[in-house]
Ligand binder design. Structure first.
Ligand code: ZN
Ligand code: ZN
Length: 371
């Protein structure tokens, strides 16, 4: 960790005419200064003004935690506040001192708690608050080679969980039972936390964000398994495979699934610098639409991934952002037949200098598991 990211945020803020960027505990704070703080009501905030030194506002009782974190080595000015202080007033006066007057434009983290954003607004009544995404996403979207390796490690860890699916995904078990085993395996295979476990069996597979239920898995069920976790460095995994349990897929079903495979492959193959997010989405959607299932592909093709599971860039119609080397995101088309079943294939990919690198390695076939 170095202070480079803080300085880069200051440069982008200056370029965009933002007077100060304020981020609070969460992925923006961890990204910019390496402090993985727990979000709570007491204000912790990194403030990066366009002029003057950045400062880290922390409750005094947590100052030792900052010193012990990677942020402690960055030489950031620490503004430690006591229990009876008003941290918003302290932040406001520190900003006035640096900028010479109150900031006109204050960009706050997109996932900053409302009570903190409104506290800042109260302390700076003449300032206009806006979202910090245009500043921090510009940096966070383009991963360094180190970050790509962190995502590759996370992808390998979740691939190992999918490879073991036959141990748990069986006829007669409930989705919840299978999900509990998967969650344990996510931790055992190299994550520090489970982000989500989706086991959508039979008709539940037609609901893309269905998580777990007490439905008992039947012979011949299609099952959508979408799982992800957080590694020790904060980087995330997210991978979907579709299984058929205790049965053999009929030819018609394989043809239908083949459309999805083609769509997923087409979108992945479309990835290279200069191609827009919308074009990647269109590459998947065209294949599915041509096959007559366009109305059943009811979500965008993908989302960026890094310290958050869902972050910029979003691979969706209308997003004309051109891809750059280092951008990492999911490619995850799905087809959902309400009341019957669904299927999705999801990999994390990275735009490279001349094409694409797929981080997930497991088979994208419809996996037949014995009952
Ligand atoms: Zn997913
Ligand atoms: Zn995803």
């Amino acid at each position: 960790m170095s202070v480079d990211r803080v300085h880069a945020a200051r440069a982008v803020a200056d370029e965009l005419g933002v007077d100060v960027v304020v981020v609070t505990p969460g992925s923006d704070l961890r990204y910019l200064c390496g402090y993985a703080a727990h979000a709570m009501e007491r204000l912790t905030a990194l403030a990066v003004p366009r002029r003057g030194e950045p400062l880290l506002v922390v409750p005094r009782l947590e100052a030792p935690m900052v010193e012990a974190s990677p942020a402690g080595a960055l030489g950031l000015e620490l503004l430690a506040w006591d229990e009876t202080d008003d941290p918003f007033a302290l932040l406001a006066s520190a900003l006035r001192a640096r900028l010479g007057s109150a900031p006109a434009r204050v960009a706050v983290g997109n996932r900053t708690w409302a009570e903190h954003a409104l506290g800042i607004q109260r302390a700076l009544p003449g300032s206009v608050l806006e979202l910090a995404a245009p500043v921090v996403d510009r940096l966070r979207m383009v991963k360094t080679p180190n970050e790509v390796e962190e995502l590759a490690r996370a992808a390998a860890a979740i691939d190992r969980v999918h490879a073991r699916m036959g141990e748990w995904l069986r006829v007669g078990r409930t989705e919840a039972e299978v999900g509990a085993d998967i969650a344990a395996a996510i931790l055992a295979e190299g994550h520090v936390a489970v982000d989500f476990t989706i086991v959508g069996s039979g008709p539940n597979g037609a609901s893309p964000h269905h998580e777990l239920s007490d439905r008992v898995i039947q012979a011949g069920d299609m099952v959508v398994v979408d799982i992800g976790g957080e590694t020790a460095t904060g980087y995330r995994s997210d991978c979907t495979r579709t299984y058929i349990v205790g049965g053999v897929a009929a030819r018609g079903l394989l043809q239908w699934y083949g459309v999805l495979q083609q769509a997923q492959a087409a979108a992945t193959a479309a990835v290279r610098p200069g191609v827009t997010c919308a074009q990647v989405d269109a590459a998947a959607r065209q294949v599915i639409t041509d096959a007559g299932w366009g109305g059943q592909f009811i979500h965008r093709t993908g989302h960026g991934i890094g310290l958050d599971t869902h972050e910029a860039p979003y691979v969706v119609e209308g997003n004309d952002l051109p891809l750059e080397p280092g951008m990492a995101f999911s490619v995850e088309p799905g087809i959902y037949l309400a009341g019957r079943y669904g299927a999705r294939i999801e990999d994390i990919v990275v735009c490279t200098d001349d094409g694409v690198r797929t981080l997930n390695r497991g088979t994208r076939e419809l996996v037949e598991l014995p009952g």
